[in-house]
Design a protein around this ligand. Structure first.
Ligand code: BT5
Length: 309
């Protein structure tokens, strides 16, 4: 959203302000004020003009909706429907985009890790930020952890008991097992010593019926009823931005929200199966598994929580 439009919204959020006053405050002509108001109305902002301009409501979802009131330096690119927000974010990143977030209501070709299918019907929060943190490629797993913490934080604020399963799943423990609320697919391009871009694509089952999702999934709707996706998306992006500026907090916050720690796990890694108790996490995202005879450091793999022996 351009700065003048944001300033118009801020000025008329609360009380009515006349066109003349707005023009003076923003140092533009009255015709320009009118043009901005019309453009905002077209984007779905409800603006009353009986007694000066007054903001009545913000659109439910979309680029300007999420940008307005967002306390993080991201520009949003919104699609009602798209193949994959990660594909689009990668393309934009390669073309030089910075601080861009690709957001969609529905995806028709979204991916999980290892090219697994990810269902993304309308009503979800499918979001792929393009980040350029000043860290070496080997530290990229920290970004995935941060995205998981950010998503869990927003879900907990919405009243959902969300926890993280190492490395990238956000689950909700229920009487009949843990159910998957969100997943993260991190993709990046790096040079030898520095990440060029990294996209932690986050898929959150928001206002979706579980019947539309694969077995074992849950949604925010299923847990607490429909949420305000605009605010939820803002909270995820704000928490992510905050964590990335405070790298040391990421592991601490991850531990606080982890479901995996203290559990018996079975991790399938490229070099074989590791089974034991997950005892801790280490930079940049290494899981420590106590097998009974030794502590094994697992850098990547698919993790399964086992029932206590
Ligand atoms: C993930 O993979 O959990 C990462 C998912 C990332 C999706 C986001 S959406 C925005 C961005 N754009 C993309 O194209 N992708 C990212 P993984 O750990 O491999 O889990 C995949 C497995 O989760 C599948 O094999 C299914 O069993 C299950 N699954 C598929 N869709 C699901 C959903 N909507 N909710 C819960 N589980 C699902």
């Amino acid at each position: 959203m351009n700065d003048t439009r944001r300033a118009v919204l801020e000025a008329i959020d609360g009380q009515g302000v006349s066109g003349a006053d707005l023009a003076k405050r923003l140092d533009v002509t009255r015709a320009a004020v009118w043009k901005h108001v019309e453009a905002l109305r077209e984007e779905g902002f409800l603006i009353e003009s009986d007694n000066g301009y007054r903001l009545v409501s913000v659109p439910e979802f979309g680029a300007s909706a999420v940008e307005y009131g967002l306390d993080a330096p991201f520009e949003i690119e919104y699609h009602d429907t798209i193949g994959s927000t990660n594909d689009r974010a990668r393309e934009a990143a390669s073309a030089g985009a910075e601080n861009l977030v690709v957001l969609a209501d529905e995806q028709t070709g979204s991916r999980g890790r290892l090219d697994r299918e990810w269902s993304a019907p309308s009503g979800g929060i499918w979001v792929s930020p393009v980040l350029r943190p000043d860290i070496p490629p080997a530290h990229a797993p920290l970004v995935t952890l941060a995205a998981a913490v950010a998503t869990t934080t927003a879900a907990r604020e919405a009243g959902v008991d969300a926890r993280i399963k190492w490395p990238n799943d956000v689950l909700v423990p229920t009487a009949d097992g843990d159910r998957k609320l969100a997943g993260i697919l991190t993709e990046m391009e790096g040079e030898a010593d520095r990440i060029s871009w990294v996209v932690p694509g986050i898929g959150i089952n928001a206002n979706i019926d579980v019947a539309e999702l694969p077995a074992g999934a849950t949604s925010l709707r299923d847990q607490v009823g429909d949420v305000d996706r605009r605010v939820f998306t803002q909270r995820v992006l704000e928490a992510l931005d905050e964590l990335l500026s405070e790298e040391d907090a990421i592991l601490e916050r991850w531990r606080e929200n982890a479901l995996t720690l203290g559990q018996r796990v079975r991790v399938e890694t490229a070099s074989g199966i590791v089974e034991g108790e997950a005892i801790d996490i280490e930079r940049p995202g290494t899981l420590l598994v106590d097998t009974g005879s030794e502590t094994v450091r697992v850098h990547a793999g698919d993790c399964e929580h086992l029932r206590p022996a």
